[in-house]
Design a protein around this ligand. Structure first.
Ligand SMILES: Cc1cc2nc3c(=O)[nH]c(=O)nc-3n(C[C@H](O)[C@H](O)[C@H](O)COP(=O)(O)O)c2cc1C
Ligand code: SF4
Length: 470
Protein backbone atom coordinates (compact mmCIF):
# COMPACT_ATOMS: atom_id res chain seq x y z
CA UNK A 1 0.00 0.00 0.00
CA UNK A 2 1.44 3.38 -0.92
CA UNK A 3 0.93 6.69 0.89
CA UNK A 4 -1.24 7.80 -1.96
CA UNK A 5 -3.63 4.92 -1.45
CA UNK A 6 -6.28 6.90 0.40
CA UNK A 7 -6.14 9.72 -2.13
CA UNK A 8 -6.59 7.21 -4.94
CA UNK A 9 -9.66 5.67 -3.33
CA UNK A 10 -12.14 8.18 -4.66
CA UNK A 11 -15.80 8.71 -3.84
CA UNK A 12 -18.14 7.68 -6.65
CA UNK A 13 -21.56 8.80 -7.74
CA UNK A 14 -24.00 6.00 -7.17
CA UNK A 15 -27.75 6.30 -7.59
CA UNK A 16 -27.42 10.05 -7.95
CA UNK A 17 -25.22 10.88 -4.96
CA UNK A 18 -21.54 11.00 -4.16
CA UNK A 19 -20.73 8.22 -1.71
CA UNK A 20 -17.75 6.25 -0.43
CA UNK A 21 -16.81 3.54 -2.94
CA UNK A 22 -18.18 0.81 -0.66
CA UNK A 23 -21.38 -1.13 -1.21
CA UNK A 24 -23.04 -3.61 1.11
CA UNK A 25 -23.98 -6.70 -0.93
CA UNK A 26 -27.67 -7.63 -0.70
CA UNK A 27 -28.18 -10.96 1.04
CA UNK A 28 -31.34 -13.02 1.13
CA UNK A 29 -33.08 -14.25 3.11
CA UNK A 30 -32.81 -11.53 5.71
CA UNK A 31 -29.00 -11.59 5.93
CA UNK A 32 -28.94 -7.93 4.91
CA UNK A 33 -31.91 -5.86 5.99
CA UNK A 34 -33.10 -2.35 6.69
CA UNK A 35 -30.98 -2.00 9.76
CA UNK A 36 -27.72 -3.11 8.16
CA UNK A 37 -28.44 -1.19 4.94
CA UNK A 38 -29.30 1.94 6.91
CA UNK A 39 -26.04 1.64 8.84
CA UNK A 40 -23.98 1.44 5.63
CA UNK A 41 -25.79 4.46 4.25
CA UNK A 42 -25.33 6.36 7.52
CA UNK A 43 -21.59 5.67 7.21
CA UNK A 44 -21.63 7.43 3.83
CA UNK A 45 -21.62 4.25 1.75
CA UNK A 46 -24.35 2.24 0.00
CA UNK A 47 -26.53 -0.12 2.01
CA UNK A 48 -28.52 -2.89 0.36
CA UNK A 49 -31.43 -4.62 2.02
CA UNK A 50 -32.63 -7.87 0.57
CA UNK A 51 -36.04 -7.82 -1.06
CA UNK A 52 -36.19 -11.61 -1.00
CA UNK A 53 -38.91 -12.54 1.48
CA UNK A 54 -37.78 -9.95 4.02
CA UNK A 55 -38.77 -10.05 7.68
CA UNK A 56 -41.93 -8.26 8.75
CA UNK A 57 -42.64 -6.93 12.22
CA UNK A 58 -45.58 -6.15 14.46
CA UNK A 59 -45.99 -2.66 15.90
CA UNK A 60 -44.06 -3.80 19.00
CA UNK A 61 -41.09 -4.86 16.87
CA UNK A 62 -41.64 -8.62 17.20
CA UNK A 63 -41.15 -10.59 14.02
CA UNK A 64 -44.13 -11.95 12.11
CA UNK A 65 -43.39 -15.42 10.73
CA UNK A 66 -44.22 -16.22 7.14
CA UNK A 67 -47.28 -18.42 7.75
CA UNK A 68 -49.39 -19.67 4.87
CA UNK A 69 -53.12 -20.36 4.81
CA UNK A 70 -53.38 -21.52 1.20
CA UNK A 71 -53.76 -25.20 0.43
CA UNK A 72 -52.22 -25.05 -3.05
CA UNK A 73 -48.79 -23.89 -4.10
CA UNK A 74 -50.34 -21.14 -6.20
CA UNK A 75 -52.29 -19.78 -3.27
CA UNK A 76 -49.24 -19.84 -1.05
CA UNK A 77 -47.21 -18.17 -3.80
CA UNK A 78 -49.72 -15.31 -3.85
CA UNK A 79 -49.45 -14.96 -0.08
CA UNK A 80 -45.65 -14.98 -0.36
CA UNK A 81 -45.72 -12.19 -2.96
CA UNK A 82 -47.99 -10.04 -0.76
CA UNK A 83 -45.93 -10.69 2.39
CA UNK A 84 -42.67 -9.99 0.53
CA UNK A 85 -43.92 -6.61 -0.66
CA UNK A 86 -45.00 -5.76 2.86
CA UNK A 87 -41.64 -6.94 4.28
CA UNK A 88 -39.59 -5.03 1.73
CA UNK A 89 -41.51 -1.85 2.44
CA UNK A 90 -40.92 -2.25 6.16
CA UNK A 91 -37.20 -2.81 5.57
CA UNK A 92 -37.04 0.20 3.24
CA UNK A 93 -38.59 2.42 5.91
CA UNK A 94 -36.16 1.17 8.55
CA UNK A 95 -33.19 1.71 6.24
CA UNK A 96 -34.40 5.21 5.43
CA UNK A 97 -34.73 6.13 9.10
CA UNK A 98 -31.38 4.66 10.12
CA UNK A 99 -29.59 6.31 7.17
CA UNK A 100 -30.62 9.77 8.35
CA UNK A 101 -30.32 11.18 4.85
CA UNK A 102 -26.75 9.93 4.36
CA UNK A 103 -25.46 7.57 1.67
CA UNK A 104 -27.74 5.55 -0.57
CA UNK A 105 -30.22 2.73 -0.02
CA UNK A 106 -30.56 -0.09 -2.52
CA UNK A 107 -32.93 -3.01 -2.63
CA UNK A 108 -31.70 -6.37 -3.92
CA UNK A 109 -33.93 -8.75 -5.84
CA UNK A 110 -33.20 -12.01 -7.57
CA UNK A 111 -34.64 -12.30 -11.00
CA UNK A 112 -35.08 -16.04 -10.39
CA UNK A 113 -37.24 -15.28 -7.37
CA UNK A 114 -40.87 -16.27 -7.85
CA UNK A 115 -42.96 -13.22 -8.76
CA UNK A 116 -39.81 -11.04 -8.90
CA UNK A 117 -41.30 -8.48 -11.23
CA UNK A 118 -44.54 -8.16 -9.29
CA UNK A 119 -42.70 -7.82 -6.00
CA UNK A 120 -40.36 -5.19 -7.40
CA UNK A 121 -43.20 -3.16 -8.85
CA UNK A 122 -45.33 -3.59 -5.73
CA UNK A 123 -42.50 -2.19 -3.61
CA UNK A 124 -41.46 0.64 -5.90
CA UNK A 125 -45.06 1.83 -6.22
CA UNK A 126 -45.14 2.50 -2.48
CA UNK A 127 -41.53 3.33 -1.66
CA UNK A 128 -41.06 6.72 -3.22
CA UNK A 129 -38.05 8.48 -1.73
CA UNK A 130 -37.03 5.44 0.33
CA UNK A 131 -35.10 3.41 -2.22
CA UNK A 132 -32.52 4.97 -4.53
CA UNK A 133 -31.46 1.93 -6.48
CA UNK A 134 -32.26 -1.69 -7.26
CA UNK A 135 -29.58 -4.35 -7.63
CA UNK A 136 -30.59 -7.44 -9.45
CA UNK A 137 -28.85 -10.62 -10.46
CA UNK A 138 -29.51 -14.33 -11.00
CA UNK A 139 -30.79 -14.53 -14.54
CA UNK A 140 -31.12 -11.97 -17.29
CA UNK A 141 -33.29 -9.13 -15.93
CA UNK A 142 -34.17 -7.41 -19.19
CA UNK A 143 -37.24 -5.67 -17.70
CA UNK A 144 -35.28 -4.23 -14.76
CA UNK A 145 -34.40 -1.07 -16.70
CA UNK A 146 -37.90 -0.26 -17.80
CA UNK A 147 -39.44 -0.90 -14.37
CA UNK A 148 -36.79 1.13 -12.52
CA UNK A 149 -36.99 4.02 -14.96
CA UNK A 150 -40.76 4.11 -14.59
CA UNK A 151 -40.37 4.67 -10.84
CA UNK A 152 -37.37 7.00 -11.19
CA UNK A 153 -34.86 4.77 -9.38
CA UNK A 154 -31.45 3.66 -10.58
CA UNK A 155 -30.82 0.08 -11.56
CA UNK A 156 -27.66 -1.89 -10.95
CA UNK A 157 -27.55 -5.15 -12.91
CA UNK A 158 -25.27 -7.87 -11.55
CA UNK A 159 -23.34 -9.66 -14.27
CA UNK A 160 -20.38 -12.00 -14.42
CA UNK A 161 -19.19 -11.32 -17.95
CA UNK A 162 -19.10 -8.65 -20.60
CA UNK A 163 -21.24 -10.84 -22.83
CA UNK A 164 -24.08 -10.85 -20.33
CA UNK A 165 -24.00 -7.07 -19.95
CA UNK A 166 -23.76 -6.54 -23.70
CA UNK A 167 -26.87 -8.68 -24.24
CA UNK A 168 -28.78 -6.76 -21.56
CA UNK A 169 -27.61 -3.45 -22.98
CA UNK A 170 -28.49 -4.20 -26.57
CA UNK A 171 -31.91 -5.59 -25.92
CA UNK A 172 -33.08 -3.35 -23.14
CA UNK A 173 -30.82 -1.12 -21.08
CA UNK A 174 -29.79 1.16 -23.95
CA UNK A 175 -33.40 2.37 -23.91
CA UNK A 176 -33.22 3.49 -20.28
CA UNK A 177 -29.62 4.70 -20.05
CA UNK A 178 -30.10 7.56 -17.66
CA UNK A 179 -31.16 5.26 -14.83
CA UNK A 180 -28.30 2.79 -15.21
CA UNK A 181 -26.63 3.40 -11.84
CA UNK A 182 -23.69 1.02 -12.20
CA UNK A 183 -22.74 -2.35 -13.56
CA UNK A 184 -21.96 -4.82 -10.80
CA UNK A 185 -19.35 -7.39 -11.81
CA UNK A 186 -19.75 -10.37 -9.51
CA UNK A 187 -16.81 -12.73 -9.55
CA UNK A 188 -18.43 -16.10 -10.20
CA UNK A 189 -15.65 -18.02 -8.46
CA UNK A 190 -15.21 -15.96 -5.31
CA UNK A 191 -18.49 -14.24 -4.39
CA UNK A 192 -20.80 -15.62 -1.72
CA UNK A 193 -24.34 -16.72 -2.60
CA UNK A 194 -25.37 -17.79 -6.09
CA UNK A 195 -22.78 -17.49 -8.81
CA UNK A 196 -23.12 -16.77 -12.50
CA UNK A 197 -20.65 -19.32 -13.89
CA UNK A 198 -21.41 -20.07 -17.53
CA UNK A 199 -21.11 -23.50 -19.08
CA UNK A 200 -17.80 -22.61 -20.65
CA UNK A 201 -16.23 -21.63 -17.31
CA UNK A 202 -14.53 -24.16 -15.10
CA UNK A 203 -15.55 -23.95 -11.42
CA UNK A 204 -12.11 -25.32 -10.51
CA UNK A 205 -10.21 -22.65 -12.45
CA UNK A 206 -10.86 -19.16 -11.12
CA UNK A 207 -10.13 -16.35 -13.54
CA UNK A 208 -8.54 -13.02 -12.69
CA UNK A 209 -11.33 -10.42 -12.46
CA UNK A 210 -9.12 -7.64 -13.87
CA UNK A 211 -9.25 -8.50 -17.61
CA UNK A 212 -12.92 -9.48 -17.30
CA UNK A 213 -13.82 -6.13 -15.76
CA UNK A 214 -11.56 -4.23 -18.19
CA UNK A 215 -13.51 -5.92 -20.98
CA UNK A 216 -16.78 -4.70 -19.48
CA UNK A 217 -15.35 -1.19 -19.19
CA UNK A 218 -14.14 -1.24 -22.79
CA UNK A 219 -17.64 -2.14 -23.94
CA UNK A 220 -19.20 0.47 -21.64
CA UNK A 221 -16.91 3.16 -23.04
CA UNK A 222 -17.78 2.10 -26.56
CA UNK A 223 -21.46 2.79 -25.90
CA UNK A 224 -20.88 6.04 -24.00
CA UNK A 225 -21.05 4.76 -20.41
CA UNK A 226 -17.59 6.06 -19.40
CA UNK A 227 -19.03 7.86 -16.39
CA UNK A 228 -21.05 4.90 -15.02
CA UNK A 229 -19.22 3.16 -12.18
CA UNK A 230 -18.43 -0.53 -12.11
CA UNK A 231 -18.98 -2.21 -8.78
CA UNK A 232 -16.53 -5.02 -8.16
CA UNK A 233 -18.21 -7.73 -6.08
CA UNK A 234 -16.66 -10.96 -4.86
CA UNK A 235 -13.29 -11.54 -3.31
CA UNK A 236 -12.75 -7.99 -2.03
CA UNK A 237 -11.33 -7.95 1.50
CA UNK A 238 -8.31 -5.63 1.86
CA UNK A 239 -8.62 -2.77 -0.60
CA UNK A 240 -4.81 -2.42 -0.62
CA UNK A 241 -4.89 -5.54 -2.83
CA UNK A 242 -6.90 -3.57 -5.39
CA UNK A 243 -4.69 -0.50 -5.59
CA UNK A 244 -3.87 -1.13 -9.25
CA UNK A 245 -7.60 -0.85 -10.02
CA UNK A 246 -7.77 2.72 -8.75
CA UNK A 247 -7.34 5.73 -11.00
CA UNK A 248 -6.95 3.30 -13.86
CA UNK A 249 -8.55 4.13 -17.21
CA UNK A 250 -8.96 0.45 -18.05
CA UNK A 251 -11.31 0.14 -15.08
CA UNK A 252 -12.76 3.64 -14.82
CA UNK A 253 -14.84 4.78 -11.84
CA UNK A 254 -15.08 1.86 -9.45
CA UNK A 255 -16.57 0.86 -6.11
CA UNK A 256 -16.27 -2.39 -4.18
CA UNK A 257 -19.12 -4.53 -2.95
CA UNK A 258 -18.71 -6.58 0.20
CA UNK A 259 -21.12 -9.37 0.95
CA UNK A 260 -19.26 -11.61 3.36
CA UNK A 261 -17.54 -9.05 5.61
CA UNK A 262 -20.76 -7.24 6.60
CA UNK A 263 -22.10 -10.55 7.98
CA UNK A 264 -19.80 -10.01 10.94
CA UNK A 265 -20.93 -6.62 12.20
CA UNK A 266 -23.04 -5.50 15.13
CA UNK A 267 -25.87 -4.50 12.83
CA UNK A 268 -25.78 -7.72 10.83
CA UNK A 269 -29.09 -9.53 11.34
CA UNK A 270 -27.63 -13.06 11.36
CA UNK A 271 -27.68 -14.99 14.66
CA UNK A 272 -24.73 -15.17 17.05
CA UNK A 273 -23.91 -18.81 16.22
CA UNK A 274 -23.50 -17.97 12.56
CA UNK A 275 -21.25 -15.02 13.44
CA UNK A 276 -19.14 -17.24 15.72
CA UNK A 277 -18.81 -19.90 13.05
CA UNK A 278 -17.52 -17.29 10.58
CA UNK A 279 -14.59 -16.58 12.88
CA UNK A 280 -13.43 -20.20 12.71
CA UNK A 281 -13.52 -21.07 9.01
CA UNK A 282 -10.50 -22.33 7.13
CA UNK A 283 -9.79 -22.02 3.43
CA UNK A 284 -10.97 -25.40 2.17
CA UNK A 285 -14.29 -25.13 3.99
CA UNK A 286 -15.97 -22.81 1.50
CA UNK A 287 -16.61 -24.15 -1.96
CA UNK A 288 -18.81 -23.99 -5.03
CA UNK A 289 -21.60 -26.53 -5.25
CA UNK A 290 -24.41 -27.17 -7.64
CA UNK A 291 -27.21 -28.32 -5.35
CA UNK A 292 -29.27 -25.12 -5.42
CA UNK A 293 -32.85 -25.52 -6.68
CA UNK A 294 -32.21 -22.49 -8.93
CA UNK A 295 -29.73 -24.57 -10.96
CA UNK A 296 -26.98 -21.99 -10.37
CA UNK A 297 -23.66 -22.70 -8.72
CA UNK A 298 -23.42 -21.29 -5.24
CA UNK A 299 -20.69 -20.70 -2.71
CA UNK A 300 -21.32 -22.06 0.76
CA UNK A 301 -19.62 -23.51 3.82
CA UNK A 302 -19.12 -27.26 3.57
CA UNK A 303 -21.14 -28.01 6.70
CA UNK A 304 -23.32 -31.03 7.51
CA UNK A 305 -26.10 -29.64 5.34
CA UNK A 306 -23.86 -29.67 2.25
CA UNK A 307 -22.26 -32.97 3.21
CA UNK A 308 -25.68 -34.61 3.43
CA UNK A 309 -26.49 -33.32 -0.07
CA UNK A 310 -23.16 -34.60 -1.34
CA UNK A 311 -23.99 -37.98 0.16
CA UNK A 312 -27.30 -38.08 -1.70
CA UNK A 313 -25.58 -37.39 -5.03
CA UNK A 314 -22.83 -39.89 -4.30
CA UNK A 315 -25.32 -42.66 -3.51
CA UNK A 316 -26.70 -42.37 -7.02
CA UNK A 317 -26.96 -44.80 -9.92
CA UNK A 318 -28.41 -44.83 -13.42
CA UNK A 319 -31.45 -47.05 -14.00
CA UNK A 320 -33.79 -48.11 -16.79
CA UNK A 321 -37.46 -49.01 -16.51
CA UNK A 322 -36.92 -52.15 -18.60
CA UNK A 323 -33.82 -54.30 -19.17
CA UNK A 324 -31.53 -52.62 -21.67
CA UNK A 325 -27.85 -53.26 -22.55
CA UNK A 326 -25.87 -53.58 -19.35
CA UNK A 327 -28.90 -52.61 -17.21
CA UNK A 328 -29.77 -56.21 -16.47
CA UNK A 329 -30.16 -56.42 -12.69
CA UNK A 330 -33.75 -55.88 -11.52
CA UNK A 331 -34.25 -54.18 -8.14
CA UNK A 332 -37.63 -53.50 -6.54
CA UNK A 333 -38.58 -49.82 -6.43
CA UNK A 334 -41.19 -48.04 -4.31
CA UNK A 335 -44.12 -49.41 -2.31
CA UNK A 336 -45.35 -51.51 -5.26
CA UNK A 337 -41.91 -53.04 -5.64
CA UNK A 338 -41.92 -52.59 -9.39
CA UNK A 339 -38.60 -53.60 -10.87
CA UNK A 340 -36.17 -51.06 -12.21
CA UNK A 341 -32.92 -52.15 -13.85
CA UNK A 342 -29.37 -51.22 -12.93
CA UNK A 343 -25.98 -52.64 -13.86
CA UNK A 344 -24.82 -55.72 -11.89
CA UNK A 345 -22.05 -53.64 -10.23
CA UNK A 346 -24.60 -51.06 -9.10
CA UNK A 347 -26.89 -53.81 -7.85
CA UNK A 348 -24.10 -54.79 -5.45
CA UNK A 349 -23.75 -51.16 -4.33
CA UNK A 350 -27.49 -50.95 -3.86
CA UNK A 351 -27.30 -53.80 -1.32
CA UNK A 352 -24.56 -51.95 0.54
CA UNK A 353 -26.57 -48.74 0.73
CA UNK A 354 -29.61 -50.59 2.00
CA UNK A 355 -27.48 -52.37 4.62
CA UNK A 356 -26.26 -48.94 5.76
CA UNK A 357 -29.84 -47.77 6.35
CA UNK A 358 -30.33 -45.87 3.08
CA UNK A 359 -33.30 -48.01 2.29
CA UNK A 360 -35.40 -45.53 0.30
CA UNK A 361 -34.79 -44.97 -3.40
CA UNK A 362 -35.88 -41.72 -5.04
CA UNK A 363 -35.92 -41.07 -8.77
CA UNK A 364 -34.24 -37.99 -10.23
CA UNK A 365 -35.03 -36.21 -13.52
CA UNK A 366 -31.87 -37.74 -15.03
CA UNK A 367 -32.90 -41.41 -15.03
CA UNK A 368 -30.99 -42.07 -11.85
CA UNK A 369 -32.03 -43.08 -8.36
CA UNK A 370 -30.54 -41.89 -5.09
CA UNK A 371 -30.55 -43.73 -1.76
CA UNK A 372 -31.64 -42.00 1.44
CA UNK A 373 -32.91 -42.96 4.89
CA UNK A 374 -36.70 -43.24 5.36
CA UNK A 375 -36.61 -40.10 7.54
CA UNK A 376 -34.81 -38.13 4.84
CA UNK A 377 -37.19 -39.38 2.15
CA UNK A 378 -40.11 -38.26 4.28
CA UNK A 379 -38.57 -34.84 4.86
CA UNK A 380 -37.83 -34.33 1.17
CA UNK A 381 -41.41 -35.25 0.36
CA UNK A 382 -42.85 -32.92 3.02
CA UNK A 383 -40.67 -30.02 1.87
CA UNK A 384 -41.84 -30.52 -1.70
CA UNK A 385 -45.49 -30.68 -0.67
CA UNK A 386 -45.17 -27.55 1.48
CA UNK A 387 -43.60 -25.54 -1.37
CA UNK A 388 -44.78 -21.92 -1.42
CA UNK A 389 -43.41 -21.08 -4.85
CA UNK A 390 -40.50 -18.81 -3.93
CA UNK A 391 -38.57 -19.31 -7.18
CA UNK A 392 -39.53 -18.72 -10.78
CA UNK A 393 -38.32 -22.25 -11.58
CA UNK A 394 -37.58 -24.74 -8.83
CA UNK A 395 -35.63 -27.85 -9.58
CA UNK A 396 -36.43 -29.36 -6.18
CA UNK A 397 -40.23 -29.18 -6.36
CA UNK A 398 -40.76 -28.64 -10.13
CA UNK A 399 -42.71 -25.42 -9.37
CA UNK A 400 -42.77 -22.65 -11.98
CA UNK A 401 -44.38 -19.28 -11.27
CA UNK A 402 -46.24 -18.90 -14.58
CA UNK A 403 -48.02 -20.63 -17.47
CA UNK A 404 -48.85 -24.14 -16.27
CA UNK A 405 -46.97 -23.71 -12.95
CA UNK A 406 -44.69 -26.67 -13.49
CA UNK A 407 -41.23 -26.98 -14.98
CA UNK A 408 -42.48 -30.16 -16.64
CA UNK A 409 -39.61 -32.10 -15.08
CA UNK A 410 -39.57 -34.61 -12.28
CA UNK A 411 -38.90 -33.01 -8.88
CA UNK A 412 -35.21 -33.46 -8.04
CA UNK A 413 -34.45 -34.98 -4.61
CA UNK A 414 -30.74 -34.13 -4.97
CA UNK A 415 -31.64 -30.50 -4.30
CA UNK A 416 -33.38 -28.81 -1.37
CA UNK A 417 -35.91 -26.15 -0.42
CA UNK A 418 -33.84 -22.99 -0.28
CA UNK A 419 -36.71 -20.98 1.18
CA UNK A 420 -36.98 -23.25 4.18
CA UNK A 421 -33.29 -23.51 4.95
CA UNK A 422 -32.48 -19.82 4.52
CA UNK A 423 -35.43 -18.85 6.72
CA UNK A 424 -34.17 -21.38 9.26
CA UNK A 425 -30.57 -20.23 9.41
CA UNK A 426 -31.32 -16.54 9.66
CA UNK A 427 -33.86 -17.11 12.41
CA UNK A 428 -31.60 -19.12 14.68
CA UNK A 429 -31.72 -22.64 13.22
CA UNK A 430 -28.63 -24.84 13.59
CA UNK A 431 -25.78 -23.50 11.42
CA UNK A 432 -24.57 -27.03 10.68
CA UNK A 433 -27.91 -28.24 9.38
CA UNK A 434 -28.74 -25.31 7.14
CA UNK A 435 -27.36 -23.63 4.08
CA UNK A 436 -24.61 -21.21 5.04
CA UNK A 437 -23.74 -19.08 2.04
CA UNK A 438 -20.30 -17.50 2.26
CA UNK A 439 -17.81 -15.92 -0.09
CA UNK A 440 -14.56 -17.73 -0.77
CA UNK A 441 -12.70 -15.23 1.44
CA UNK A 442 -14.72 -15.95 4.58
CA UNK A 443 -11.74 -17.90 5.96
CA UNK A 444 -9.96 -14.53 6.34
CA UNK A 445 -12.07 -13.66 9.39
CA UNK A 446 -9.87 -16.10 11.32
CA UNK A 447 -6.57 -14.43 10.37
CA UNK A 448 -7.44 -10.74 9.83
CA UNK A 449 -6.12 -8.93 12.95
CA UNK A 450 -9.15 -6.63 12.83
CA UNK A 451 -11.18 -9.47 14.34
CA UNK A 452 -8.64 -10.39 17.04
CA UNK A 453 -10.25 -11.70 20.19
CA UNK A 454 -13.57 -12.22 18.41
CA UNK A 455 -14.04 -8.47 17.82
CA UNK A 456 -17.26 -7.71 15.98
CA UNK A 457 -17.20 -4.17 14.55
CA UNK A 458 -20.08 -1.83 13.95
CA UNK A 459 -20.79 -1.15 10.28
CA UNK A 460 -19.19 2.28 10.68
CA UNK A 461 -16.01 0.71 12.10
CA UNK A 462 -15.95 -1.78 9.24
CA UNK A 463 -16.38 0.94 6.63
CA UNK A 464 -13.61 3.03 8.23
CA UNK A 465 -11.34 0.00 8.32
CA UNK A 466 -11.98 -0.90 4.70
CA UNK A 467 -11.24 2.69 3.66
CA UNK A 468 -7.75 2.42 5.17
CA UNK A 469 -7.03 -0.37 2.72
CA UNK A 470 -5.81 -2.67 5.50
C1 LIG B 1 -24.99 -15.08 2.95
C2 LIG B 1 -25.00 -14.46 1.59
C3 LIG B 1 -26.21 -14.28 0.93
C4 LIG B 1 -26.24 -13.65 -0.32
N1 LIG B 1 -27.44 -13.44 -0.94
C5 LIG B 1 -27.49 -12.72 -2.08
C6 LIG B 1 -28.74 -12.37 -2.66
O1 LIG B 1 -29.81 -12.73 -2.17
N2 LIG B 1 -28.73 -11.63 -3.79
C7 LIG B 1 -27.56 -11.23 -4.40
O2 LIG B 1 -27.61 -10.56 -5.44
N3 LIG B 1 -26.36 -11.55 -3.87
C8 LIG B 1 -26.31 -12.26 -2.72
N4 LIG B 1 -25.09 -12.51 -2.15
C9 LIG B 1 -23.87 -11.95 -2.78
C10 LIG B 1 -23.47 -10.62 -2.14
O3 LIG B 1 -24.42 -9.63 -2.35
C11 LIG B 1 -22.13 -10.09 -2.68
O4 LIG B 1 -22.19 -9.73 -4.02
C12 LIG B 1 -20.99 -11.07 -2.52
O5 LIG B 1 -21.08 -11.73 -1.29
C13 LIG B 1 -19.67 -10.33 -2.65
O6 LIG B 1 -18.62 -11.19 -2.50
P1 LIG B 1 -17.92 -11.53 -1.08
O7 LIG B 1 -18.73 -12.64 -0.52
O8 LIG B 1 -16.55 -11.97 -1.50
O9 LIG B 1 -17.92 -10.31 -0.23
C14 LIG B 1 -25.03 -13.20 -0.92
C15 LIG B 1 -23.82 -13.40 -0.26
C16 LIG B 1 -23.78 -14.03 0.98
C17 LIG B 1 -22.47 -14.22 1.67
S1 SF4 C 1 -39.62 -25.99 -2.97
FE1 SF4 C 1 -38.84 -24.40 -1.68
S2 SF4 C 1 -37.21 -23.51 -2.90
FE2 SF4 C 1 -38.54 -24.57 -4.32
S3 SF4 C 1 -39.99 -23.02 -5.02
FE3 SF4 C 1 -40.88 -24.18 -3.35
S4 SF4 C 1 -40.49 -22.88 -1.58
FE4 SF4 C 1 -39.05 -22.26 -3.17
Amino acid sequence: MTDTFSSKLKPVILSGKEVLPIVEGGKGIGASNGRSAGAFAAAGAVGTFSGVNPDRYNADGSRIDYVYQGTTRRERHEELVAMSIDGALQQARIAHEVAGGQGRIHMNVLWEMGGAQRILEGVLQQAKGLIHGVTCGAGMPYQLAEISARYGVYYHPIVSSMRAFRALWKRSYSKAQEFLGSVVYEDPWLAGGHNGLSNSEDPERPEDPYPRVAEIRAFMNEVGLNHVPIIMAGGAWYLKDWEHWLENDEIGPVAFQFGTRPLLTQESPIPEDWKKKLLTLSKGEIFLNRFSPTGFYSSAVNNQFIQELRGRSERQMAYRSAPEGEFTAGIPFGPRKRLIYVTPQDAALCEQYIAQGFTEMMKTPDETVIFVTPERAQQIHTDQVECMGCLSHCRFSNWKDHDDFTTGKKADPRSYCIQKTLQNIVHGGCVEDNLMFAGHNAYKFASDPFYNGGFIPTVKQLVDRIMTGA
